[in-house]
Ligand binder design. Structure first.
Ligand code: TSX
Ligand code: MN
Length: 582
């Protein structure tokens, strides 16, 4: 097979020349093709079949034990000028990077099949969507890309219409951590990945394309590619407002995207709709509002911690047509991970007999891959070519102290500062010290395809005459008291905070102005039925001026780290707040 697009055929031919596969397979995305690939992977051990009674068409993949997560230290942005990648990225000169990668790719697909995957990020018929082609020698990557993107014949037809696409080349190589690179060439709209078969390193449509390359492309085209969930909140009047929210890892983004409102809210007619759980592309519309699509078609979620208690919607979508990576299994072949409320693991993620003295059953970064449509709260609006209008943008982080439960930014510039200053405390899930505050602007530290200083300026540029921008908020579900106990119940009860935000958007809720931002007074938040101690609520909604003075000094140092690329307007906003606190 080949394509009607000469530039695509030429590129495929040149990659085959370099990598020397035994065969080339153009993916059409059909069920028959998927069935053949599953057969192949069951035969070669890439997949194990799970219990067909309890989990029809579910499979387990065990990755190489040294290939279990993204590798930030091996991830590079290769722009001609180092300053364009910025201090927030690793940089390599494009010529040098191409030299390194070509040497690794030389003959690397001998004895293997090369798969050509045309894919579309976003609804096939949406002007907001963008396409790519991933070439890979991993059938596991094909099976995952089939769930995570609109993949195959319809995507190829759109690519032939558009005439342009992002090029992604991936080989698992030897899965050797010392021969592994994830390279991005934003000026060429190209991605090259070698030596890993895992998630963000290998499913190139996700972090590599939809965030790193897309953020670069979005800057030149006037839109935003963000690390945000998208959720629709329907009120008892039947009106739905859409919220986009950025959180660093381990803050429960997927849980928030699939939130189930507390009983009282459900009774009153409130509903929560899931549009996306990880990535959000936002474009200014003709009416001045920001319209968003979820460029993905599935969820590649962290399994451990997902349970009937934390995310019942996710549990309901995981009993059919799902791929599990690095989870444990029960004696009767059901997937199992830490946090599950029933079942007992028999084997751990490496296939060894489970022994809690050896380690957890599931790897802490174990994943599920599942179609978005299997989520009970998924909305058809996610398939809308125009996208959904965004009423509020939320920035969150994990902060045991200082940051209140919620506050509203005064205006867009203040909101961009809040996003740029985002920080989260490290958890045991990451390597290194626990409880250390790390800055992670807009939760994009690992994913911005260019200099953060330029990125902040791009965000500020949306505030222009005629724009009807969303309100920006900061939240913190993770405040702890002196005894180390979480002060806010979180999960479904976050609905109470979302209600206040949307009532601020429509002018129906009060707030008090502080230098840090506008906070609800205790009476502005619906805490009915929570049994929350009034003193705890007061504490969650108050500002520690001395602590914030210090925080603002840290934010100033951080912004100075991007040198002259940091927008003056952002520095001025910070200085203004610092002066008000003094
Ligand atoms: O996902 C979380 N969310 C968002 C939910 C919509 N988590 C899990 C984070 C790890 C991925 C949370 N953890 C949240 C939260 O809002 N809040 C907390 C902290 C917390 C943990 C346990 C309790 C309360 C708060 N349990 C009890 O109070 C019984
Ligand atoms: Mn993510």
């Amino acid at each position: 097979m080949s394509s009607k697009l000469a530039s695509l055929n030429d590129w495929v031919a040149s990659v085959a020349q370099l990598t020397q596969p035994d065969a080339i397979h153009w993916c059409d995305g059909s069920d028959a093709e998927n069935a053949r690939l599953v057969e192949l992977m069951l035969a070669n051990g890439d997949l194990l079949k799970l219990n067909g009674q309890t989990h029809p068409d579910c499979y387990l993949h065990r990755s190489s034990p040294t290939d279990v997560a993204r590798v930030e230290h091996l991830t590079f942005v290769c722009t001609s000028q180092p300053a364009d990648a910025g201090p927030n990225n690793n940089w390599m000169a494009p010529d040098e990077a191409h030299g390194e990668m070509d040497a690794l790719y030389k003959g690397c697909m001998r004895g293997r099949t090369m798969y050509v995957i045309p894919y579309c990020m976003g609804p096939i018929d949406s002007p907001l969507s963008r396409c790519g082609v991933e070439i890979t020698d991993s059938p596991y990557v094909v099976a995952n890309m089939r769930i995570m993107t609109r993949m195959g014949a319809p995507a190829l037809a759109r690519i032939e219409r558009d005439g342009s696409f992002v090029r992604g080349l991936h080989s698992i190589g030897e899965l050797d951590p010392d021969r592994r690179f994830i390279m991005h060439f934003p000026e060429e709209l190209m991605i090259q990945s070698y030596g890993s078969g895992y998630g963000g390193n290998a499913l190139l449509g996700k972090k590599c394309h939809a965030l790193r390359i897309a953020s670069y492309q979005a800057r030149t085209e006037g839109w935003l590619a963000e690390h945000m969930l998208i959720v629709g909140i329907e009120n008892p009047q039947g009106e739905t407002h859409y919220v986009a929210a950025a959180f660093p890892s381990a803050c429960g983004k997927t849980n928030l995207a699939m939130l189930i409102p507390p009983e009282g809210y459900r009774r009153d007619g409130w509903k929560v709709w899931t549009v996306g759980d990880d990535i959000c592309w936002m474009h200014p519309g003709a009416d001045g509002r920001l319209y968003a699509i979820n460029p993905e078609a599935g969820y590649f979620g962290v399994a451990p911690g997902t349970s009937e208690k934390t995310n019942p919607n996710a549990m309901a979508m995981l009993n059919r047509d799902a791929i599990f990576t690095n989870v444990g299994v029960t004696a009767d072949g059901q997937p199992w991970w830490e946090g599950m409320t029933s079942g007992t693991p028999a084997q751990d993620w490496q296939g060894r007999p489970y022994d809690k003295a050896v380690g957890p059953a599931a790897h802490p970064n174990a994943r599920f891959t599942v179609s978005a449509k299997q989520c009970p709260s998924y909305t058809d609006k996610a398939e809308d070519a125009q996208g959904v209008p965004i009423s509020a943008i939320v920035f969150g982080g994990r902060r045991a102290s200082l940051v209140p439960l919620v506050f509203e930014a005064r205006d867009w510039t203040h909101g961009v500062l809040v996003g740029a200053a985002m920080a989260s405390e490290t958890t045991a899930a990451a390597t290194g010290a626990v409880g250390v505050v790390r800055r992670d602007s807009m939760a994009m530290k690992p994913f911005a395809g260019y200099n953060f200083g330029d990125y902040f300026a791009h965000w500020l540029s949306f505030d222009k005459p005629g724009a009807k921008l969303p309100k920006i908020f900061q939240v913190n579900w993770f405040r702890k008291d002196a005894k180390g106990k979480f002060m806010w119940p979180g999960f479904g009860d976050n609905m109470r905070v979302l209600e206040w935000m949307l009532k601020r958007v429509t002018g129906q809720a009060g707030a008090v102005e502080t230098p840090v931002g506008n906070l609800p007074e205790p009476g502005d938040l619906n805490t009915e039925g929570l049994g929350l101690d009034p003193a705890v609520l007061q504490e969650l909604l108050s500002i520690d001026r001395a602590g914030w003075k210090e925080e603002m000094a840290h934010i100033g140092e951080y912004l100075d780290g991007f040198g002259e690329r940091t927008p003056a307007a952002l520095k001025a906003e910070r200085a203004k707040i610092a002066a008000q606190l003094a």
